[in-house]
Design a protein around this ligand. Structure first.
Ligand SMILES: [Ca+2]
Ligand SMILES: [Ca+2]
Length: 621
């Protein structure tokens, strides 16, 4: 035995190890405290302290046999930017870790939030454009890339989006919603909803720098970025599932958990037995008379029975998730959050999360996914008002799923057009109906162009209505060129031209087919009209006429009045609109600015002759 080995036996080497620090960095002048989650081994700290005098460890909590250590740090107001070195002493030795603390970057032009002037374009990054073939198959994910398989990674990435900002500008959208960019774990997680690391960009999509560069480049182009955040659940392969930081980090465990399917049968609220519901049954969540067990599966069950459900009732989990959202905002400058599976999270969490976000970022817009056709259900989740449970969720707005279901029913299944006015009459349920997000497609439903009953004319009408009704419209990548596709994952095909060697390059006019160009120029034209007329973006909406096959409405701002006339019938229609008692009653002249209808004022009547399956826009003086 050498002397050295003997010394080691007498004073065994420390086995205390920090493998990961979350968050990996923070800022001074940002929050008064930060909670660190350290992962490693033998972290049962008896002491923890940092070398910056204004940085004080207020509390620590070791968990999971020393695999984790929570460290709460008070950040004094006189803390200077720099890298803190913090030392941990534990029974099995000691170690240190670093926490970079930066000064905040200038906030001008960041964290902007959305307004009705915006138009959202939804992109699934893996399926849009491949800007960096070197990340198609990261070393840590062998075999994950295969463009011939619909559920494999196809190679699209953040660089690819940045490379095509000019295309998106040319189309006329202002805001990009990217499906989640966080690191996922499974070979089929190209969609991003199976997080294994909430503090890393998925290597297929690029690096954190790529994300920050994309946000900065978008801002230079006066565009905005929405971050898709998923506090409800993580991916099945998240290391927390095997070894949770707290015994109640999740609702239940991999072996024992509820699933998210409601225990209530449709007949509970009077649906016909066998009536097929395309939506999730959120009725019990908004029902003041429903006892806890009727809601528990929805809020505490694992989504689809497989996605680990975060215990958002635990204050430590709450703090972790809020900090994570603050971190993504501060590091990137993002402008808002699209919030996944909103009703599946307990409402106290949302109040806490929004209050925490808004302390730092008062303008951030949050848009909740509430997949339900009933406005009395969707509106319940929007903030600005306390509901029966005493909670104001803080949510800015929701996607207008009732309008989505209605547009598809009207355009594809010839439901009475009056169904549109029937959705709109519920707008009084919302504090800010002008912030609702109407849409006719997203990544979870079959492509409009391939749906039964669809035609190019119907697709144009879907764009026409979505872009002229009130709110902040959302359109799904590729619909502007009529991309086909069935249900998930066929609705997530690669955007043509996004890959080297694609035969069809729809990013350029020269590369688009005649059919693609026809739809593209229609959507571009509509977006141009919307951009040129404030009344179409933020004007007050009034019904002028509504019946089986037509809807005529007014958008009125201080400076102008715009009439939109929609005919769903497969033949031309004449309609007479009585304008006395409407904001149009003093109208002197009406002129066409988009579409092919003809309108004439005659005394107190407005007569419009509308071509078959058409949407036309008029300016009124
Ligand atoms: Ca790539
Ligand atoms: Ca949940």
């Amino acid at each position: 035995m050498t002397r050295c080995a003997a010394a080691q036996r007498n004073a065994p080497a420390s086995t205390v190890k920090v493998a990961k620090v979350e968050p990996p960095n923070w800022w001074v002048g940002f929050t008064p405290e930060v909670m660190l989650l350290l992962s490693g081994q033998d972290l049962e700290a008896t002491n923890a302290s940092c070398n910056l005098p204004a940085l004080r460890v207020s509390r620590t909590q070791a968990t999971a046999g020393g695999n984790y250590l929570f460290v709460w740090l008070k950040i004094g107001t006189d803390t200077k930017p720099g890298t803190a070195v913090c030392r941990i002493t534990a029974p099995k030795g000691s170690t240190s870790f670093e926490l970079p603390l930066a000064a905040r970057a200038p906030t001008l032009g960041k964290f902007q939030g959305l307004s009705p002037d915006d138009v959202i374009y939804l992109i699934m990054p893996d399926r849009f454009a491949n800007g960096d073939p070197t990340n198609d198959e990261p070393a840590e994910a062998p075999g994950s890339h295969d463009r011939s398989k619909s559920r494999a990674y196809h190679g699209g990435d953040l660089r690819g989006i940045q490379n095509h900002l000019a295309y998106l500008k040319e189309l006329g959208v202002t805001t990009l919603w990217l499906t989640p960019v966080v690191k996922n774990g499974a070979a089929q997680d190209y969609h991003g909803y199976g997080a294994v690391d909430l503090y890393a960009v998925d290597p297929h999509q690029g690096s954190l720098k790529d994300y920050r560069d994309l946000v900065a480049a978008a801002h230079r182009e006066r565009m905005k970025i929405l971050f898709d955040v998923v506090p409800n659940h993580v991916g099945p392969l998240n290391p927390w599932v095997v070894n949770p930081p707290l015994p109640d980090w999740f609702h239940g465990t991999k072996q024992h958990h509820l699933d998210s399917f409601s225990p209530l049968k449709g007949t509970f609220y009077g649906k016909f037995a066998g009536e097929v519901a395309m939506n999730d049954p959120f009725e019990s969540l908004i029902d003041p008379y429903a006892p806890a067990w009727m809601k528990q599966n929805l809020t505490e069950g694992w989504f689809f029975g497989i996605l680990p459900d975060m215990n958002t009732e635990n204050p430590v989990v709450e703090e972790y998730l809020l900090q994570n959202s603050l971190w993504w905002a501060e590091i990137s400058g993002l402008d808002g959050y699209r919030v996944d599976t909103f009703p599946y999270v307990g409402r106290k969490f949302w109040a806490y999360w929004h209050a925490g976000l808004r302390r730092t970022y008062p303008n951030l817009t949050t848009i909740g996914e509430v997949f339900h056709p009933d406005p009395t259900v969707t509106s319940f989740f929007v903030g600005g008002v306390r509901r029966y449970d005493g909670i104001d969720s803080g949510l800015s707005t929701v996607f207008d799923f009732p309008m989505f279901f209605t547009l598809r029913d009207v355009l594809l299944r010839n439901a009475p057009v009056g169904r549109i006015a029937d959705v709109l009459r519920h707008d009084a349920l919302y504090q800010r109906p002008d912030l609702l997000v109407p849409f006719f497609a997203n990544h979870d439903v079959p492509r409009f162009a391939s749906a039964e009953g669809s035609t190019t004319a119907k697709l144009k009408l879907a764009f026409g209505l979505t872009l002229t009704l009130r709110g902040i419209p959302e359109i799904y990548y590729g619909d502007e060129i009529g991309m086909p596709g069935g249900g998930d994952p066929d609705n997530r095909r690669d955007f043509p031209g996004g890959w080297n060697g694609d035969a069809n390059d729809a990013f350029t006019q020269a590369g688009r087919t005649r059919e693609q160009q026809e739809i593209f120029s229609y959507v571009q034209g509509l977006l141009r009209v919307r951009n040129e007329h404030a009344a179409l973006r933020s004007g007050r909406l009034s019904h002028l006429a509504s019946n089986e096959s037509a809807y005529v409405f007014l958008r009125e701002s201080e400076d102008e009045r715009i009439v939109v006339a929609f005919n769903n019938a497969d033949k031309a229609k004449e309609i007479r609109v009585a304008i006395s008692g409407t904001p149009m009653q003093n109208a002197a002249a009406i002129s066409l600015i988009f579409g092919g209808a003809k309108a004439a004022l005659a005394g107190s009547d407005l007569g419009i002759s509308m071509p078959a399956q058409s949407l036309s826009i008029f300016s009124v003086n």
